[in-house]
Design a protein around this ligand. Structure first.
Ligand code: ZN
Length: 491
């Protein structure tokens, strides 16, 4: 009898749960005003020409600063000066560390914290030997009417020029902001975790000057049309509220060496290999951070397929399952856990010589909240071998996560199309490192935004061959920066 009662209660609970799940799948959706996002149609030939010109100046970053062609950065600064006379007339320009550029427009109310627009002037090199693979040469800035081709077209001369254009246009209109406005242009962002980071120097200069920023907007994020039949048909706008930390670690073992005809049971390389195997066998546990949960929850409401909606509209129930599934798919796993890639190794210099030293390099991408010390401690625990030393080469932990509950986030989201019928705006985590991480000591509201509508296939050309920017994305992006700067500095 008691068993029947228990089964009855469980059965009823299950029915209620199922009913709730189905109701949620039927009715949960993102509120919208019924109108599509108002994209700026048409083109801005002058802005296109400026982006092209910016691409033709090969401001290429090199790990070895000595081999950087700094003359190109001088030319870039000259180009900015000639192209943006209003910016140079009204904004105070300070050069930091040779080529970092700081522009400042004081606000009418000095008590209010200023707003900062960040960008980097440098680009990554073109991989030697791939120059011929480009449809148009990487530093020609070719505009075929559909795309502007070249290194930096997406990362991030498009963004830098759009910020300059927006500010120039505002100043031409007699713009007097209430809050001050900074434009902060680093010159070596592409050298990850560089000791010599230009953005780090700019941030230090601002801190020394007693500046605290209301907010900072940097690269990252995206406006990505997603169209999968019966699944989703929306433009997804990601605002990067977080980014991953970066860490290079060297594992090394020293040994006696000698002739390989009388080897020990394990050479230095053998010991290193075992450590590497253990590390790969013990990945971090997938643990979905709340902002990724938020992103899936928001995007999930736009999913069309009913069976899928049963999951995406009842995420809380499926979170453990999602963690498990996402943890199994490399691209998805990278947003729910700290990742480790074994990227380099070295040992003996000859086939018949026992290595006296063997080493392997790990590249780790840390989730927010995981410190460098945590990562090293965990590695040592997993390797469990005193002979293996673990040495930090360089790294930065992930910066703190910015809140979505701020006026800055809400303004950016609204201007990017939140509340429209065809766009969904959600927070997300930027996989790469951006200069914005250096500003966390003087700013809490840091957002990584790219207002250029670009399909995933094109985004994948960033840092690669045939990097190119759709010209149709430019006018809307400039309008976004103009509105954002005007409105965020107005109060
Ligand atoms: Zn970049």
């Amino acid at each position: 009898m008691a068993l029947y009662i228990v089964l009855g209660v469980l059965g009823s609970a299950l029915v209620v749960l199922l009913a709730v799940m189905i109701l949620r799948a039927c009715f949960c959706k993102n509120k919208n005003n019924g109108k599509p996002f108002s994209k700026q149609e048409g083109r801005l030939p002058d802005v296109e020409a400026h982006i092209s010109r910016a691409v033709t100046l090969p401001t290429v970053s090199q790990v070895d600063e000595e081999s950087v062609d700094w003359e190109q950065f001088d030319k870039f600064a000259d180009f900015l000066e000639k192209t943006y006379p209003e910016v140079h007339k009204h904004m105070q320009k300070t050069v930091i560390g040779g080529h970092g550029l700081v522009f400042f427009l004081p606000g009418s109310d000095p008590a209010l914290e200023p707003v900062a627009m960040l960008a980097h002037q440098d680009v990554v090199p073109v991989t030697p030997g791939t120059e011929e693979d480009w449809t148009h040469p990487p530093f020609a800035g070719h505009n075929d009417g559909e795309f502007i081709w070249g290194r930096g077209a997406l990362d991030m001369k498009n963004h830098l020029i759009a910020v300059m254009e927006a500010t120039e246009a505002l100043l031409k209109e007699g713009f007097v902001p209430k809050r001050g406005l900074y434009i902060l242009l680093g010159c070596n962002e592409e050298i990850v975790a560089s000791e010599n980071s230009s953005a780090k120097k700019i941030a230090a200069y601002l801190k020394e000057s007693g500046v605290r920023l209301k907010c900072a907007v940097d690269e990252g994020g995206g406006v990505i049309p997603l169209s999968y039949k019966n699944v989703i048909d929306k433009t997804l706008v990601g605002i990067g509220v977080a980014e991953k930390g970066y860490l290079d670690i060297e594992l090394s073992v020293t040994a006696k060496g000698g002739h390989s005809s009388a080897p020990p049971a394990h050479t230095a390389l053998g010991i290193i290999s075992k450590a590497v195997c253990r590390i790969e066998k013990h990945p971090y546990k997938a643990d979905m951070p709340y902002f990724i949960y938020d992103m899936l929850r928001i995007v999930g409401r736009d999913v069309k397929s009913f069976p899928l909606r049963l999951v995406t509209c009842n995420l809380r129930l499926f979170k453990p399952l999602l963690n498990y599934v996402m943890g199994k798919i490399p691209a998805a796993a990278s947003v729910v856990r700290t990742c480790t890639a074994v990227t380099m190794c070295s040992a003996s210099t000859a086939p018949n010589v026992l290595p006296q030293r063997a080493s392997a390099v790990l590249n780790m991408r840390l989730m927010p909240g995981v410190s460098i010390e945590d990562a090293v401690r965990r590695l040592k625990r997993i390797i469990k071998d005193e002979r293996v030393s673990v040495h930090v080469l360089k790294g930065n932990p992930a910066p703190p996560v910015s809140s979505t509950d701020t006026d800055t986030y809400k303004l950016a989201a609204r201007l990017l199309g939140a509340g429209s019928s065809d766009r969904t705006v959600a927070p997300y985590i930027v996989m790469g490192a951006t200069d914005s991480r250096y500003y966390t000591e003087i700013c809490d509201e840091i957002y990584r935004i790219s207002p250029f509508e670009t399909p995933v296939s094109l985004l994948l050309t960033t840092h690669g061959t045939n990097e190119r920017l759709p010209v149709s994305s430019i006018k809307t992006a400039v309008a976004f920066f103009k509105d954002f700067i005007a409105q965020r500095t107005a109060e």
